[in-house]
Design a protein around this ligand. Structure first.
Ligand code: SF4
Length: 337
């Protein structure tokens, strides 16, 4: 079987170049063809010798794969379906918004974190996406060239696939790769403490932590990860990093009516986040089957936001996008809609 070239880092491309009988500097040429010129065939790499191209063609493909299907929302959001892992498809969501164009990428097919409110979690875990599959989502949507931001908030827990996610971030940010500023990238996690440190130490991307409740028992009932990695320990780790300058930290907070939306929760959340440079994103919940709670009413969300702001925590209500195509937060399932 031929292997894909996209998703390889410069060091990996050096090894491939050596196998092809090329000098090490050819790795940079190949990287430029893959990530700057964005070619879809090896034959387009015209400064690589014909013999080496023939060898590459025998053993590799560029590895670009177009989306298998798409669904367009009335608000401009587009959901794309790609081949994932373990025989399952995965989804990416393109979200245009004034001068920004964000792609929400998936990092796993399914997820093993089992959050009770999430369609992806319901599927169980089917496999990690390779860096190739992650980078392909970014390179192969029709709007690829106009993307301004990438968020790792699609299917899967990115920090449960840390090696491939770090490789994808390297390709996105390195001068030989897409050369993006890390400020254009956000990785969202439920707080997988064991690998969070690597993300913090090895990259400079923005970080978003899913909080959803300031109370340990309540959070554990929504997010089993709380039992292994209590939020207070996650926040303690984050306190050791600088989020006051280039890098941003946000707390994601889905609001369920009568569950986690009273002012007692707002006060506890403010206490928990005290001293951290962190903004809170309040998120409407999108109903999924067999989950008993619905979203908080807008006035309740506004009162919650105002209470946080009064207590010195910047909080905003995030605009919901793509709900009509099941592309909003927590709704991704890898099924055609
Ligand atoms: S919310 Fe995120 S971490 Fe939790 S089950 Fe869904 S995809 Fe996994």
């Amino acid at each position: 079987m031929k292997l894909p070239l996209i998703g390889n880092t410069l060091q990996q491309l050096r090894d491939i170049a050596a196998e092809a009988g090329l000098r090490p500097f050819a790795a940079k040429q190949i990287a430029r063809w893959l990530y700057t010129a964005r070619v879809t065939s090896i034959d387009e790499m015209t400064d690589i010798s014909k013999t080496a191209r023939a060898w590459l063609n025998d053993h590799y493909t560029v590895g670009r794969e177009k989306p298998k299907a798409e669904a367009r929302s009335t608000d401009g959001t587009v959901k794309y379906l790609f081949t994932g892992a373990g025989g399952r498809d995965i989804e990416s969501v393109y979200i245009p918004d004034r001068d920004r164009a964000t792609l929400c990428v998936s990092s796993q097919a399914g997820c093993r974190m089992n959050c009770s409110f999430c369609m992806t979690g319901r599927q169980g875990f089917h496999g990690n996406l390779t860096a190739t599959a992650i980078i392909n989502q970014i390179l192969s949507i029709p709007e690829s060239e106009s993307l301004t931001n990438v968020v790792f908030m699609g299917m899967g827990e990115p920090l449960d696939n840390i090696d491939e996610v770090l490789r994808a971030i390297d390709i996105l940010t390195a001068p030989w790769g897409l050369a993006w500023s890390p400020k254009r990238i956000t990785v969202s996690s439920i707080g997988k403490l064991d690998t969070l440190r690597r993300l913090l130490d090895e990259t400079r991307v923005h970080v978003a932590i899913s909080v959803h409740s300031p109370f340990a028992d309540e959070r554990a009932s929504l997010m089993p990860v709380q039992r292994a990695f209590p939020l207070v320990r996650v926040l303690d780790l984050l306190r050791g990093y600088d989020f006051a300058h280039q890098r941003r930290l946000s707390a994601e907070y889905i609001m369920w009516g009568g569950v986690n939306d009273d002012l007692r929760h707002a006060d506890a959340l403010a206490r928990l986040l005290h001293g951290l440079d962190c903004r809170v994103n309040l998120i409407r919940f999108h109903a999924i089957p067999d989950f008993p709670h619905g979203t908080s009413p807008t006035p309740v969300m506004e009162a919650f936001r105002d209470r946080l702001n009064e207590r010195g925590i910047t909080a905003t209500i995030r605009t919901s996008r793509g709900e009509d195509i099941a592309a909003a937060c927590g709704m991704l399932s890898g099924e055609k809609s």
